[in-house]
Design a binder for this molecule. Structure first.
Ligand code: PLI
Length: 463
């Protein structure tokens, strides 16, 4: 019997061996930095940021074993031993026949969209992701969102909110014809829905329907380990399975996957495309040499591949992933308890502020989430990211703004980087801002790039 209960918010399952000092610049310096950045947190200098929750992508802290692996880099142009290790690791964990390395997730998306979409075909997905949809549309695909309706409503608190709606899938097949559907892209978890997981049941059912009609299913595996944790925690029949067993079963309901290693691979760079089909694999290899590099490195160095393989194995450890998901949940709990509107339930990688409810005085075309992110930075040096109308971009044909129902600010937690105390600082600042929300002002574009505008756009106050 122990006096400690670590089950709700487990302490960090690691000791800190190397640190990177951070400091908070003054409020007037933060105001100047925000203005200079055009009120776009992507344009801030990292040195001007105190707690960086822009993304969990490539911002992970590696373990001592990963750093040791970096010293084992075999930088041969072809046949690197690190590639052989990474390939073996991916095959063992995910169970696919072929692995094609890429420099990061969007490299894999580029390959998959190039080889698997014919112009005019539909690509169905459980909500869109920015780079994923970009590559699908660039290759002539027509994206169709078939996620369950609840995912578009920030306040609905249901488990497995990332599930595909089977009726929407069936309707699409019936109306458009299976031959006109390039594939179903099933993301685990769903980033823009709030990091919401997909149930094993749903994966199985989607695959069954697709197999029946000859439609391929490709997973976006980017945060698959977080998804597996939710299955273990919440889906009946999985409590006694290991995370590794759950991940393996998940991918048995797909024909392949793209993965950004920069998230659940716990590295700073890397990715891959996984396939079972020999012919598609042949095409992928033709293109990987054009866009990424040899099929034995795909844009990664030998040392990157070693760290990635070790990171993938570490990510499957229960203590690691339990702490990861529960640390994110801690931040969500603190905000909810103070009445701050967030996307419910808290997902795997981030807490999403519901900017519509946070800033009721702003219209969506006044960019409430963009402005909230800027004011949060000014208040405490915390960098977050807009995930709303700016990220959604414009319709390719009409030029009108896509107006997503979810207008959010994402507080994304890097893996193994920040402590619970950092979460408290973030929570205090968000709560303070919520209690003074009328200070958050409308914005207007002063520079709007044509593609993936959120990365580099600039704004100024509109009032
Ligand atoms: O950033 P990449 O190219 O390694 O991966 C692209 C990508 C694909 N799928 C999903 C679900 C992502 O979240 C994703 C990248 N996400 C980023 C950069 C993020 O900040 O969420």
């Amino acid at each position: 019997m122990s006096f400690m209960d670590l089950s709700k918010y487990p302490a960090e399952p690691f000791k800190i061996k190397s640190v990177e000092p951070v400091k908070m610049i003054s409020k007037s310096e933060r105001e100047a930095a925000a203005k200079e950045a055009g009120y776009n947190t992507f344009n801030l200098k990292s040195e001007d940021v105190y707690i960086d929750l822009l993304t969990d992508s490539g911002t992970n802290a590696m373990s001592d074993k990963q750093w040791a692996g970096m010293m084992m880099g075999d930088e041969a142009y072809a046949g690197s031993k690190n590639w052989i290790f990474l390939e073996e690791t991916c095959k063992e964990i995910f169970g696919f026949k072929h692995i094609v390395p890429t420099h990061q997730g969007r490299g894999a998306e580029n390959l998959l969209s190039t080889i698997a979409i014919k112009p005019g075909q539909y690509v169905a997905g459980n909500m869109y992701f920015t780079t994923t949809r970009y590559h699908q549309e660039k290759n002539g695909g027509i994206f169709v969102d078939i996620i369950r309706d609840e995912a578009h409503d920030a306040s609905t608190d249901v488990p497995f909110k990332g599930d595909i709606c089977l009726e929407k899938l069936q309707k699409l097949i019936d109306e458009k014809g299976a031959e006109n559907i390039a594939y179903v892209c099933l993301a685990v978890t769903v980033n823009l829905a709030g990091g919401q997981p997909v149930s094993m049941k749903n994966m199985r059912e989607v695959y069954e329907i697709c197999q029946k009609h000859g439609v391929k299913v490709f997973f976006d595996a980017t945060r698959c380990v977080e998804n597996a944790y939710f299955i273990k925690e919440q889906e009946e029949g999985y409590q006694d399975k290991t995370i590794k067993e759950i991940v393996h079963e998940m991918f048995s309901y797909s024909d392949g996957a793209t993965m950004s290693g920069k998230k659940d691979g716990i590295v700073n760079i890397g990715g891959f495309l996984a396939l079972n089909d020999d012919e598609l694999f042949g095409h992928a290899k033709e293109f990987v040499v054009v866009y990424e590099g040899m099929p034995s490195y795909g844009g990664m160095t030998g040392r990157d591949m070693e760290a990635f393989a070790i990171g993938l194995r570490e990510s499957l450890q229960f203590e690691y992933i339990e702490h990861r998901v529960k640390q994110v949940r801690y931040l969500g709990d603190r905000l909810r308890e103070a009445g701050v509107p967030i996307v419910e339930p808290t997902g795997g990688h981030a807490v999403f502020l519901d900017a519509r409810k946070f800033c009721p005085h702003l219209d969506q075309e006044q960019f409430p989430a963009q402005s909230l992110a800027a004011f949060l930075y000014i208040d405490s040096g915390v960098r977050s990211m807009e995930r709303g109308i700016v990220s959604a971009g414009r319709d390719n044909k009409t030029g009108e703004n896509h107006k997503p129902k979810l207008e959010t600010v994402r507080l994304t937690i890097p893996r193994r980087v920040y402590t619970y105390r950092h979460m408290d600082v973030v929570a205090d600042s968000v709560i303070g801002l919520f209690n003074n929300k009328e200070e958050i002002r409308p914005l207007k574009f002063v520079y709007e790039p044509p593609q993936l505008r959120f990365f580099t756009a600039k704004f100024d106050f509109a009032d």
